[in-house]
Design a protein around this ligand. Sequence first.
Ligand SMILES: Cc1cc2nc3c(=O)[nH]c(=O)nc-3n(C[C@H](O)[C@H](O)[C@H](O)COP(=O)(O)OP(=O)(O)OC[C@H]3O[C@@H](n4cnc5c(N)ncnc54)[C@H](O)[C@@H]3O)c2cc1C
Length: 519
Amino acid sequence: MTEQQSVIVIGGGHNGLVCASYLARAGRKVLVLESAAQPGGAAVTREFAPGYSVSAVAHLLHLLDPGVERELGLARHGLAYAKTGLRTVALSPDNPPLILNDGEIEGGEVSAADRLGLRAHTARMRKFARVIARQHGRIPPRLDFKSWSDALPAAAVALDIRLLGRRDMREFLRVATMNIFDVLEEQFENPLLKGALALDGVLGTRLGPRSGNSVYAALYRQSGSVNGRPGALALPRGGMGAVTTALSAAARGVGAELRVGARVDEIIVSNGRATGVRLQSGEVLSADMVVSNADPKTTLLGLLGARHLEAEFARSVHHVRATGTAAKLHLALSAVPRFRGLTADQHGERLVIAPDLEYIERAFNPAKYGEYSPHPVMEITLPTLHDVSLAPPGRHVLSAVIQYAPHDLKGGWAEGKQRFQALVMDLLEQYAPGIGALVQHSELLTPADIEQQFGIAGGHWHHGELALDQFMMLRPVAGAAQYATPVAGLYLCGAGCHPGGGVMGSAGRNAARVILGGR
Ligand SMILES: Cc1cc2nc3c(=O)[nH]c(=O)nc-3n(C[C@H](O)[C@H](O)[C@H](O)COP(=O)(O)OP(=O)(O)OC[C@H]3O[C@@H](n4cnc5c(N)ncnc54)[C@H](O)[C@@H]3O)c2cc1C
């Protein structure tokens, strides 16, 4: 009998769990080592105040790979949705809100041209997003073709673009290199509408609407689907932790072993090959291969060490842009807050504060200089309106992504955090008068907190900026973009790899395919 090949997966984030499942299903002996007390990484549900739980980092599910969901039987392992198809409510400080639903606008004072324009824009962006989505499940092409089969993935990308048809292909190539500010200015009049649409091009990135790559980021954000509905947003029942609880059950179900509270301090290399890991406890574990779900900088410069890498490669990893700007606010509330202009049933949607393009750009400007926005943008959810399991009866939870809060804040977050939280609460008070009086407990996670608590260098949403110079065969860097690293037996499987971040599972699945010898 041949001995079973053993694999250590560093990190039980959702991608690590996905990778572990596929490897274990294929007969590998898999051990997942997770440093936190629970698996899930940035997709977990945590109690942040007695009786109040929240999706601690990621809070909306919209990118989960349907293949992963089906093949790993996540529904069978308990994944269910509290709500799918959330609408986006664009809040204004002085006008009625706009409600965006699948390319249609409800309410608000919007011209007929903008209403028609949004339908066309949504259809076009969805079509373009499908091109991006098709790449998610593929191993990025190599830049150094060694055989014709190496050239096929690149040809497939070109074909996907060509199949858009001549007019759309031209438009795709035109807008892909533009910024979202200019694209929206070309098409719409209503400032609130433009603000809400632009938010998708900057959320989770260190970009403003006038930055290059913001169209790509907007397309990436729309490249998912929930229950077959493209661009849909969902709240898993029990929070995002429900996804990784189901993934953990799936991994265990096929024989993978999961150890929590097991922090890896070092990847051990013998004769140029990764042969195991050393835990913080001092324990040494050996395996035929090591796969890391940790971000590329942590893995390659921290756990492995630049001494095992060529200088040029190590330098390129060092220069991966991965400075997070998204903070997370959690409020435990004694009642549902009342946002101005919203009916009771509209509070359960995705509420956004991004009232116009200039506002977002101005919110971004300070981040370039290591300062937080005096008037931030926000993506707000009240998950307890759909899922009572997250708070005591009659009580509620608010979960919001706040930008921009740069990881490298001038003066440090120990100084700045309280002031930032106070200004965020002041802003919320303008939109939901009286909200402050409902707050029982609060938690603000800055990118520095996310780095420290979730082990993501820079606290970046995508483990590395989402940008055309850091995508596909350049993600995280050339030489490690096909999940294998220059060190034999060492692979990457997290959000820092193609296709990028978001609770998706594609990086974990693709990495497993490469390890198992597929393309
Ligand atoms: C503020 C914010 C809001 C977000 N909101 C959304 C959202 O609404 N929807 C969405 O889809 N995405 C969202 N994201 C992005 C999403 O959370 C991440 O892209 C995704 O969770 C990354 O998954 P992963 O499995 O690749 O990595 P991670 O979730 O980061 O998992 C990596 C794992 O490795 C472990 N690890 C690291 N180092 C070690 C070590 N040395 N030893 C052992 N274990 C280690 C970590 O503890 C962690 O469990 C958000 C991100 C941020 C920062």
